[in-house]
Design a protein around this ligand. Sequence first.
Ligand code: GLU
Length: 414
Amino acid sequence: MEINNFKSYCDQFDRASHELGLDENLAALLKYPDRELAVELPLIRDDGSLKVLRGYRIQHNDARGPFKGGLRYHPQVDIDEVRALSALMTFKTALVDIPFGGAKGGIQVDPASLSARELEQLTRTFVRAIYPVIGVQTDIPAPDVNTNAQIMAWIMDEYSQTQGYSPGIVTGKPISLGGSQGREAATGVGVSIILRETAKHRNIPLEGASVVIQGFGNVGSWAAKTLHSYGCKIIGVSNAQGALYNGEGIDIPALIKFRDEHDSIHLSSLAEPIEADELLCLECDFLIPAALGGVIHKLNAECLRCKVVIEGANGPTTPTADEVLWGKNIPVIPDILANAGGVIVSYYEWVQNLQRHYWESNEIAQKLEKKLIDSFYEMAALAHTKKELSYRTSAFMLSIKRVAEAVKMRGRIT
Ligand code: GLU
């Protein structure tokens, strides 16, 4: 089934801007990206052949601060997906009130098909291609799907070769190169903090709560680890290779150990294999989609049997699925809040880079926790003012209002 992430995002934006009664022209300005860059990336393969790949950097809005957002390396990366993801970043940074705008980038490639040398060359070529639009005070990339601290280190190095030592050009770096304590875990930890607050708010006991996580990459595995430490029972997990189930709760530390040793979560005796489609339909307290966009859609939304969806991924629920879930009384905690932990700690990393002074991990953890809790209750308070307001629409309303105010104050619509 074809899912257009940009159309989904537009629908979410329109609902909130309508609810806010936003002027039509201002709404159009805030909805679409400010600038879109598409680049051709020549890569000499290890066998001497030439492959040309396509990359993007889309800058959605910078009224509240420099453009900010990750880089995704995936075969499905296309301009509409990056557009949607760039906009979600603007409203994410505004919702949690950090002084950044929103951007996203990516390369249409399967990084698993490249050698380490090819991956490094491609990354460096990409930095040179987007060089005119990025900068420590203008646009700061970060990790996203299939990108990591090593790739961020190459970006920092490539940029610093012409600009001098510039750790603040990118976040999600290795700690040894100016990365922040807690950044790697931040998105998954943030998802867990939001789940914990949701449980409290909706009177679902956290201890023993059953959780299903789709995706066991950076976000999914850190969420699993953190929730396991909170006493939750992770009954189902999956990755691109397949899904696993254990009604008693999977031993997550053992599963992570198995993954680190075997580079796979399968063949593990810790849980039973099940069909990937079945995973989303398992009965549980919390379902966390933590992989790609559009996975909960009109064909499968009806089968969900969770009490709450917590969006670890960006854009996992289509607007049609949102409506189905609303009808089934299953609230959805939106991506722009649930997965904001990553960009929040990116902000702390950038601040540390600018001041060349580094904080301890407990300081970062406390700041992250407070930001997320404050933002959660702000969103929940607005949602409870009106029966027909979903958490998503409320989150968009709060953030659109902040961006609109900055755009107006800066005189960008005179
Ligand atoms: N890729 C992450 C996200 O979607 C983090 C972005 C960042 O830290 O700039 O929020």
